[in-house]
Structure formats: C-alpha cells, structure tokens
Design a binder for this molecule. Structure first.
Ligand code: AMP
Length: 294
C-alpha cells in the first residue's frame, strides 16, 4: 500500500482489515502526541510486518476522575506527518463515542499484584480501562504482532497476561524505553514540564541509576538498601514528590525482599503538573535493560 489511510470508524476499519487476508499485521496502540518512543515501536512494526496499523485514542476509560484526560496533549496533523514518513499503512483515530457507545457495559478486569499494586494502586481503574481498550483493538485489528514500550512495564505485563489468559493469537513485542539525552524517559506528558521542572524531572532517571549501582554492589542482600538509596536521591530534588519507589519481580510483581535477578526498579513521581513514571529492568541473565539514550 502506498498511501497512509486515516480511519475514524469501526466499520471502515473492519472492512479494511478484511482486505489483508494473508499479510502479517503489526499494531501499535498509542494515545498520540507522538515522540521518538512511539516511533521506535512503529519502526519495529514496519520492519517486522507487511501492514502497519497505528491507533491514536485517548481512552477515557483509563483515566481517573482527577486525572489529565481533558488536558492530554494532542497534535494529530503532526502525528500523521510522522507516521506517513515511516510508511505506516493505516491510522485508526476513533472518537470516544465510537469505542464506547451508549449501553457499553463489558470491561476486562485484570487481577493480581501487577494490576492492583504500584500504578494499579495509585490509579484505580486504569488497568481495567487499558486492558479493555487493548482487547477491543486486538479484536478489531487481529494483529499478528503488537508493540508496547518497556516504559509502561506494568501495562506490558498486563497485556502479556491478557494474551495468555484469553488465548489471543497475538505476538507481544516489548521495546526498550527511549530517553532524552539527559536520561529522562520520553513521554507525551513531558509537555506539562516547564523549563524549571524539566530539569528536576531527570531525578527519576538519576534515582534509578543510583538504585542500579547500589543493587549491583549488594547482590543477595536485603533490598531495603536500594530502596533507601533511591529515597535519598529523590530527597535532593525538592520540586519532585515521589509517588512510589519499588523493587519487584517482573513476572509475579511481588515485592522483592532480596536483591536478586530478575527485578524491576519502579518509580513514579509528581513533577510540577506532570506525573511521570520510569523503570529499570534487571533481566534473568543479570543484564540491565535501562532503555536507549537518543
Ligand atoms: P502512550 O501514547 O503513552 O499510551 O504510549 C503508547 C505506547 O508507546 C505504549 O506502549 C508505551 O509504553 C510506548 N511508549 C511511551 N513512551 C515510550 C518511550 N519513551 N520509549 C518506548 N516506548 C514508549
């Protein structure tokens, strides 16, 4: 296919999908205001598949009543320019009413530590909304491959569980976190940062780096030592209020009492108007996945 096709309604999407009978399809779900993090997923999808479909949908079901749904940044013309350049075939941009028409009443309810703790505890209902929209997109697009970012690691784990638990025929690809030069993880929400808070925001990355160092120096010891070192890092930046600092197992999501691989270091913090999250991942082979600095 040559032209980028923008589709706003489900009927048209389903008709389009039916034309791709024997081709592999890569799906990249996003909320738009695209940055290099999103584009890294799109590039991978482009390299892996015959057809690439990107969705842009700020899903109201995954926002709490006091969250930033109404202010969430958007620039569809610019997003489309970027996607066209990368050779995307279809962009699906539905309205909220298209995805949740009157009478909509079926939600996916993920359970367990990964759904109810850390982000799950701070954002009640978030993962239910996320899992519901992801399942809907999977049903509509029936992708061969789906692409998600390590930046939102809890989301990625929940999607992996969704695929496994509901026997979905989708291959999940989790891609490394893309970072700014000073380590800040790219996020659409970085738009909320001012010149001053943009500087303070690097503390999330610095605290993770500190945590990683202390982790390596204290293998098999109590994890409190890493936790305390990260708390101390955050205390240097008065503008930033940590929401949580956690050390967990990447599959069970249980809190780790000892410093052993595999492990996730997770942080969330309020930086001015923005609430930001980030993580480092110590894999089973003892190698860290800390993302990619651009
Ligand atoms: P969002 O638009 O924030 O919902 O993100 C859409 C997808 O892009 C999700 O799978 C995110 O995990 C992923 N993503 C967001 N930021 C980054 C980043 N800095 N690096 C890699 N992937 C990212």
């Amino acid at each position: 296919m040559l032209e980028l096709q923008v589709i706003n309604n489900i009927q048209e999407l389903v008709q389009k999908r039916a034309q791709f009978t024997s081709q592999s399809i890569g799906l990249v779900p996003t909320m738009g205001y695209l940055h290099e993090g999103h584009l890294s997923l799109v590039r991978k999808a482009r390299a892996d598949n015959d057809i690439v479909i990107v969705s842009i949908f700020v899903n109201p079901a995954q926002f709490g009543p006091k969250e930033d749904l109404d202010n969430y940044p958007s620039d569809i013309p610019n997003d489309l320019k970027k996607l066209k350049k990368l050779g995307v075939d279809v962009v699906f941009i539905p309205t909220a009413n298209e995805m949740y028409p009157p009478g909509f009443s079926t939600f996916v309810n993920p359970k367990g530590h990964v759904a109810t703790e850390a982000e799950g505890a701070k954002r009640p209902g978030h993962f239910e909304g996320m899992a519901t929209i992801v399942l809907k997109l999977f049903q509509l697009v029936q992708p061969t491959n789906a692409y998600f970012g390590q930046k939102d690691v809890q989301q990625a784990i929940i999607v992996a569980n969704l695929i496994k638990d509901l026997h979905l025929a989708v291959n999940l690809n989790v891609m490394p976190t893309i970072r700014e030069k000073d380590g800040l993880a790219m996020s659409s929400r970085n738009k909320y940062l001012t010149l001053k808070t943009r500087k303070s925001a690097t503390i999330l990355y610095k605290a993770l780096q500190k945590g990683k160092e202390v982790f390596e120096e204290n293998l098999n010891k109590e994890s409190t030592i890493v936790y305390l070192s990260m708390v101390q890092s955050f205390s240097m930046e008065h503008d930033v209020k940590p929401d949580y600092i956690e050390i967990r197992h990447p599959i069970t999501f249980a809190v780790l009492s000892k410093l052993t691989a595999p492990a996730l270091l997770l942080v969330a913090a309020k930086v001015g108007k923005a609430r930001l999250i980030d993580n480092f991942y110590l894999q089973e082979n003892n190698e860290w996945n800390t993302g990619v600095i651009l």
